[in-house]
Design a protein around this ligand. Sequence first.
Ligand SMILES: NC(=O)c1ccc[n+]([C@@H]2O[C@H](COP(=O)([O-])OP(=O)(O)OC[C@H]3O[C@@H](n4cnc5c(N)ncnc54)[C@H](O)[C@@H]3O)[C@@H](O)[C@H]2O)c1
Ligand SMILES: [Zn+2]
Length: 339
Amino acid sequence: MILKAASGVCRISVSPAGGIAKLSRGRRLVTLTDARVRRLHPGKVPGGDVIVIGRGEKAKTLATLETVLSKFSELEIDRSAMVVGMGGGVVCDVAGFAAATYHRGLDLCLAPTTLLAQADAAIGGKSGLNLGGYKNLLGAIRQPEAVVCDVAFLKTLDDDEMRNGLAEVVKHGAIASLPLLRFVEANSAKILAREPPALKRLVSDSIAIKCAIVQRDENEAGERMKLNFGHTVGHALENACGLPHGKAVGIGMVAECELAVSLGTASRADARRLAAALELMGLPTGMPGVGSDVLCEAISRDKKRRGGELILPLLAGLGKCKLVRVRLAKLKEALDDLD
Ligand SMILES: NC(=O)c1ccc[n+]([C@@H]2O[C@H](COP(=O)([O-])OP(=O)(O)OC[C@H]3O[C@@H](n4cnc5c(N)ncnc54)[C@H](O)[C@@H]3O)[C@@H](O)[C@H]2O)c1
Ligand SMILES: [Zn+2]
């Protein structure tokens, strides 16, 4: 697949990470990864220099970036080198940021190793770092030269990490592809057993959906906001209850679908079907014990808010969605209906 956008052209494949050596075309490689990925998949790390960064969200800082850039300088990396980001969304974000800034831009290849990163984070050219408690406050948009998604990495993922990615896959089906949703419904056992052909289908379909949207709206002036389905309520649940991203977004999708039902763009049957697909993937769908007032307070601090209104992706049946300006009070009513 090829993603063509203003910031660059990216070749995306769902294939073994061994292909990175060929993609490098003799360039010097410097790979960013984390200790866990390096330990579990030593054979996947390409030759060349390796920089290991900290694990998880706490590593997405300017301090990590500085360590990486200093290491580039120490290693005398020049503009002819290619950076490889081999890890989850955190490693991909840090590698994207480092490649975008060092020498005003080095070539970049991402080799995402979590389902969330293969189906979502590594696609679309965004990179982000956290600052002062704000997630992804710093960011760049620049397409990598290539993304190689090797589903063999997914065998060693924790169930919780797997579920984080499955929530994004169901999201892609809900907003843009009834066939993907049907595939999830009909193949849950194969997906949960992590059979490679089933995983390849989830990743390829997700990539195709995200690419099509990003090509039309790389800078999130409009349509790219559709990818935030479930995330407005989801982020509020992450902040208010400390739920992991996938579980929070799953419940967020159910809640935002309830809003679509109340506004008449989706049916009660659509809402039941979405919740059932999430449950098949092992994701919760019931609101945890948190009041709609607490969630709305968190949402009202959301960056997408315009006055008392939000721009939300609203399901228009399953497999379609549109952006709609909604009053926060209306969303609160939908949340109350779920209680
Ligand atoms: N840039 C974007 O467009 C974009 C989009 C969505 C999310 N993100 C970002 O992605 C991040 C989340 O990514 P994530 O869910 O991949 O989390 P992560 O990168 O923190 O990885 C989760 C955990 O899984 C481990 N891991 C990675 N690959 C593994 C494997 N193959 N086997 C076993 N363990 C493995 C990691 O060591 C880590 O402990 C967030 O920071 C989020 O902001 C970015
Ligand atoms: Zn998400």
